[in-house]
Write a protein that binds this ligand. Structure first.
Ligand code: GTP
Ligand code: MG
Ligand code: ZN
Length: 342
């Protein structure tokens, strides 16, 4: 692995991964990173990625995502993953343990989870300063980031289309003390330049958000290119047209990676109780003072949450969003665990 170490670092290789590979394994396997997930095949990059001799370090190639002995879901590779490739057969042997993994309930199938991305350093939660802006949706993405343990940055786009970008920014900052919120015109290189701070050499930034908020536009502008297709949003409701269909890592000149994703229609959380408790820690804290430890805050005697809402220290809007996420999470967890195939 020596000669290609520098390339590996550019791809995001860290001690966390090399520690998982024994010397013996390193003799017959090369690490490669999953750059994109297409239907039925994945794109990989790294010293072992090219097809056979002559492929230089950092070469890209395609393989079918079959891993021998892989289980039903978590062992399959997703974008951002590190795989070991057998140098003789050029087949993947295993997925390395992940630093982190973003997942959600699969849209349209309550029983399944869907992996979104792995081994991410920073999450850009992208939303636009228009009528599609929603605090509830931002909270959802924030819960996901907290659950996964990845640093979130809220990126509010389309500042050029509003007179009051600071109103949107203030609303987003109000979600959580200290939350990083950036406002940009995604089509203006000077405006997005400061976002490059999070994508230094070898760093991976994933962009998540609804369709049409300008994720691909940000990637294009940060790269100084227009290689990714973008498309105007619908005028009626300011929602996007689901232009991006592939989860794919794009390289920046200065060495970082931007992981563009298709806009999500819905982000159904599951297994995110810790993330919910963190984003709504004001509620979690007050709830400890309820008389009953299993208080549902629905009018029970001695409910500290109801008292705080009545007293004006907590809002009923935020209470409703908190209960909704918590209820959804437990329903989704129950459905996944009871029906998961053995
Ligand atoms: N005026 C303005 N338009 C923007 C900005 N950011 C993006 N757009 C436009 O918004 C539309 C949608 O942008 P995309 O980059 O395709 O959005 P996306 O988030 O990648 O959408 P999906 O791929 O469908 O998930 C395009 O017409 C962009 O040119 C911005 O900051 N200002
Ligand atoms: Mg896109
Ligand atoms: Zn209570």
């Amino acid at each position: 692995m020596k000669s290609s170490d520098e390339t590996l670092e550019e791809l995001g290789w860290k001690a966390y991964f090399s520690e998982q590979v024994s010397d013996e394994e390193a003799e017959h396997c090369h690490p490669v990173r999953v750059m994109a997930v297409h239907r039925g095949k994945i794109a990989i990059a790294g010293a072992g990625a090219g097809a056979g001799a002559g492929a230089g370090a950092g070469a890209q190639g395609f393989i079918t995502p079959y891993i021998p002995g892989a289980g039903p879901s978590d062992d399959h590779p997703t974008v951002g993953d590190w795989l070991l490739i057998d140098v003789d057969t050029l087949q993947p042997t295993r997925v390395l343990r992940r630093m982190n993994l973003f997942k959600r309930r699969a849209p349209g199938d309550r029983r399944k989870e869907q992996m979104i991305a792995a081994n991410v350093d920073t999450l850009f939660i992208v939303a636009s300063c228009n009528q599609d802006f929603s605090i509830a949706r931002l909270e959802r993405y924030l819960v996901l980031a907290r659950e996964v343990g990845v640093k979130p940055v809220v990126v509010l786009t389309k500042t050029d289309l509003t007179d009051t970008p600071e109103v949107f920014a203030a609303a987003a900052r109000g979600i959580e003390p200290g939350l990083l919120v950036e406002t940009v015109n995604g089509r203006d290189p000077a405006s997005v330049a400061r976002l490059a701070e999070w994508c230094g050499k070898g760093e991976t930034v994933a962009l998540l958000g609804s369709s049409g908020v300008g994720k691909s536009t940000l990637v294009n502008t940060l790269r100084g290119s227009d290689s990714i297709a973008t498309q105007a949003i619908r005028e009626g409701d300011a929602t996007g047209r689901h232009t991006t269909t592939v989860r794919e890592m794009h390289r920046l000149d200065r060495g970082g990676w931007l992981l563009d994703t298709p806009g999500m229609r819905e982000l159904q959380l599951f297994d995110a109780a810790a993330g919910i408790a963190e984003v709504f820690d004001d509620f979690a804290l007050v709830a400890q003072d309820c008389r009953f430890s299993d208080c549902a805050h629905g009018g029970e005697p001695g409910c500290a949450i109801r008292a705080a809402i009545a007293g004006g220290t907590l809002t009923s809007e935020r209470f409703d969003r908190w209960r909704k996420l918590a209820a959804e999470d437990s329903v989704n967890v129950a459905q996944l665990t009871t029906r998961r195939p053995r």
